[in-house]
Design a protein around this ligand. Sequence first.
Ligand SMILES: [Zn+2]
Length: 590
Amino acid sequence: MSAHDPHSYADFSQGRIVHLAFDISVDFSSRVLDIATQFQLQAPATGPLHLDSRNLEILWVRCAGGPVAFEKHASDPILGERLCLQLPAGTEQFSIGCRTSAQADALQWLAPQHTAGGAHPFLFSQCQAIHARSLFPCQDTPSVRFTYEARVSVPAGLSVVMAAERTGHDRDGERDLFTFRMPQPIPSYLFALAAGDLVFQRIGERTGVYAEPSVLEAAAWEFGENEQRLEAAERLLGPYLWDRYDLLIMPPSFPYGGMENPRLTFVTPLVILGDRSRTWLITHELAHAWTGNLITNATWEDFWLNEGWTTYADSRITEALDGPDFARLGDLLSVRDLEEDLRSFGLTSERTCLHASMRGVDPDQAFSVVPYIKGFLFLLSLERAAGRQAFDEFLRRYISAFRFQSITTEEFLSFLRRELPDIGAKVDLDAWVYRPGLAEPLPELSSRLFEQVSLRVADFSAGHLPKGEEMRKWNPYQKGLFLKMLPEKIAPADCQQIERSLGLHETRDSVLLYEFYRLAIRSGYQECLPGMERFAATVGRHYYLARFFRCLAENEWSRDLARPLFERVRSGHHPVTAAVVDHMLTQAGV
Ligand SMILES: [Zn+2]
């Protein structure tokens, strides 16, 4: 499928990349990758070929006939530089040698002291949305899929993992050499590698976990239910087509909760809490193996196809594993997050549309829960209108029709209208997809676990502080909801009481701390400052960190603390996270 992608210089009339072969050398001392890449085109091409690149030093370009002429155009702040090759007549294969910049936005290089073990450096890539172009020139759009093979060399003693099948490991003097192959075609944003002191533990037949030795055991226990989760996902979505489902435990500065790199989800260590209470995150990443990785948004304007479907599938798998009460509680919590984003953008803002033009917009800066939760509510409306059985059949037909393809919103809608012809009469498709705010009617959601929380919030409003014994037994969704549903501002003394009642003074659950610290900031509960400093230094998930800093900047007493606090912790964060927080603080005027 082709669509013009506003975030790529790719022009498919010139040619289309279908296979890559990488030779990658990792240099920890200068923090660069030297990469020689061989490109295979779908059909012989002649003349100009435009590729995406950012801050790359292009060393040479060759094809069978010898050197290939190339030039790099001036840099665009969002798109980077257009690399123009002049291919000799009938070129099917060509190669490019390049060196990444020490500031490559896809990479984070960690010194040993920033790792769990403290003895070896660590490197990881994060290519979503448009960062692959800072590693190697490519058609950096999700509408192009390629298979690949790779040889990666690192200093002896370190290990390399990729979102691919490892095919070999050799030592060559001072270097360890790893080889990989990726037989399933992927879009560039799912290219992923990491290197460090990594070991592996098996969980089940198809599942396992890679981590630094000191966190391996805890991680393998925390995610010990992954095999059952995979089986539950297959019951809803059909066979798993990526062979293995392993996890890689990242350093805390990883900017996301998880990244659904195929075969190897990258996951934040912040969810390893010793009680499996936040492992629902894996259900989301796993569901992406179908919705996102198998069927991919053609451009970032269609991002809701990845995230809305995945949020829907996540809710269904959770329902199958933990029951409807628990699943609907999670949905209700998500809807609160959505309401918050809708309020902050304004109900008529284009940012609240599922599909809207993103020309001139950096996808990282546009990140919000709208494609996730509004997308989920839209799909749930479709399910309710069609009936669950008919919708489940539709879902499986959708997956088999478009697997290993990248599709646009329009392509999805026409498939929907064809497969469920009555649906347009029952659900206002245009309103959901193309108009801002929420469409009516909203699907109803209810949960007994939610009612328990509502009762305690009502007690609080009537002047009764809830009792600690009951609240401490709540699951983290319930605790988070309680914090969200309290009035915007409460008395600082009540903050202190709630902190104790929910056990927040001793928790490591960063999502709960995020909710609590925002309440504390709005309420002027300044005793939290040391805890907030720790939070700002150690929580790398940019969604939480940026909103935490925005809250600091928006409240009178804490406004002047926001920028200095950010500058104190900035160097420990990923370049993507630092850029998102910086942008948010600048917008807030601090
Ligand atoms: Zn996702």
